[in-house]
Design a protein around this ligand. Structure first.
Ligand code: PCA
Length: 216
């Protein structure tokens, strides 16, 4: 009997903040069901809601038993694909989430560590994206809204699953979302970029040590 292929979980978000589309959700939809580096991709959509987003993520992890979890979200105003280095233990929302919640200066996990590092090879991912002509930079902050919340919740959940690696990637606006002068990337480019992210994360365990990459 053929061995069941291993699974990677790729999440994106529903639209938020008055937008009618979220590139991260579209990318997850596009890559759902594809096979990358011998792994089956399960794409899932998370609500842009504090608490509920982590609950849905954990449900998906339990259901799919992935070897790798990559969460993605929209970072409007950024021009590049940005693998996030670190998740911090705070919710501090500038706008309400999709359920009208707006936590200010609240811990995500009471008594939890201040931060968790991504366990993705963020420099290797950035290098490979650039090599393929896709703009990419390591980001030093995932913000304090629902994306950082989910990233922290993911890394906290993975403390009990040490073999499962995970991290978070922010992506720019789609061209139809960008106001004049704002940066964006086409959906095809971003979908190809996240496929590269998954492939590099599956193939490379020990990150490369290269300087910089950090402009924000
Ligand atoms: N971006 C938001 C939350 C959902 C999303 O796609 C963020 O950066 O926190």
């Amino acid at each position: 009997m053929a061995k069941k292929s291993k699974t990677v979980l790729l999440t994106g978000f529903e639209p938020f903040g008055g937008e009618s589309v979220n590139p991260s959700g579209e990318i997850a939809r596009q890559l759902h069901g594809t096979v990358i580096a011998g792994h089956r991709v399960v794409g899932a959509l998370l609500p842009c809601v504090f608490g509920a987003a982590i609950a849905e993520l954990k449900k998906q992890i339990r259901a799919t038993k992935p070897v790798l979890v990559i969460c993605t979200g929209q970072a409007g105003g950024r021009a590049e694909i940005t693998p996030e280095r670190v998740a911090i233990n705070v919710d501090d929302a500038r706008i309400a989430d999709n359920a009208g919640r707006q936590p200010v200066d609240r811990p995500i996990v009471r008594g939890g560590p201040a931060a968790y590092w991504s366990s993705l090879p963020i420099k290797a991912i950035t290098e490979e994206l650039r090599r393929r002509g896709i703009p990419a930079t390591v980001s030093q902050t995932a913000g304090t809204f629902v994306c950082n919340h989910v990233f922290y919740g993911l890394m906290h959940a993975l403390q009990d699953r040490k073999k499962v690696r995970g991290g978070f990637i922010h992506v720019p606006f789609l061209p139809e979302q960008a106001k004049p002068g704002q940066p964006s990337l086409p959906l095809d480019t971003m979908t190809a970029a996240i496929a590269v992210v998954l492939a590099v994360a599956l193939k490379i365990r020990r990150d490369v040590r290269v300087a910089g990459g950090a402009t924000h």
